[in-house]
Design a protein around this ligand. Structure first.
Ligand SMILES: [Zn+2]
Length: 203
């Protein structure tokens, strides 16, 4: 099985474009007139190619002390374990995005109204906003329904794949989550995940 990767997705580069959407002239990178940060822009017509954070939604499904994990079947982080998660589509709500991604990756269907918001966080190092919901569901046997997922399992903290996390920076939060599920307490965290530390506070 692959080791946990420390390679982060070069979001800015992936979203860069070569030519102006408005007039077709080549874009340049620099501080556009009247702005205060570097962006891609078109000197010919003034078009500015704004890059803004994407919204990543995730759903922690638990049955008491066990949490639903998926082993990823595609890159990035193929073969490693994570919570079911994905990016919001246009024309859907946060909760709809979370239950859609959950069903796509695990086959498990949960009503959007069953979700509780548990984390609202910045992932500034990859230009994403991370919204995490939580829902309780009986720990049923699940089989992967798409090639993007290799395994779907409800796992207790002692069984969780800590050495094979797709996103190792989430480990402290996931351990905190297990602890909270054992205690039965509720919490909603606001803050930021980063490579090495987390700054999340209870709100
Ligand atoms: Zn242009």
């Amino acid at each position: 099985m692959a080791a946990a990767s420390t390679h982060w997705r070069p979001t800015e580069r992936a979203l860069a474009v070569a030519y102006c959407f408005e007039c077709g002239e080549p874009l340049v990178t620099g501080v556009p007139p009247g702005e205060d940060r570097k962006r891609q822009y078109c000197p010919a017509c003034g078009y500015v190619h704004y890059l803004n954070p994407r919204i990543l939604v995730s759903c922690i499904v638990h049955d008491g002390e066990r949490v639903l994990w998926v082993r990823r079947g595609q890159d990035p982080q193929k073969n490693l374990w994570a919570m079911p998660a994905g990016f919001m589509e246009n024309d859907e709500t946060l909760q709809q995005a979370a239950v859609r991604e959950l069903e796509e990756e695990t086959g498990l269907r949960i009503p959007a109204t069953d979700l509780d918001l548990v984390v609202l966080s910045s992932l500034a190092f990859i230009n994403e906003v991370y919204v995490v919901f939580e829902a309780r569901h009986e720990a049923v046997e699940l089989q992967p329904v798409v090639p993007e997922t290799l395994e779907v399992r409800f796992l207790a903290e002692a069984e969780a794949p800590w050495d094979e996390l797709a996103y190792p920076y989430t480990e402290p939060y996931m351990r905190r989550c297990y602890q909270r599920l054992r205690s039965g307490e509720k919490e909603m965290l606001l803050g930021a995940f980063s490579h090495n530390i987390q700054q999340l506070k209870n709100v």
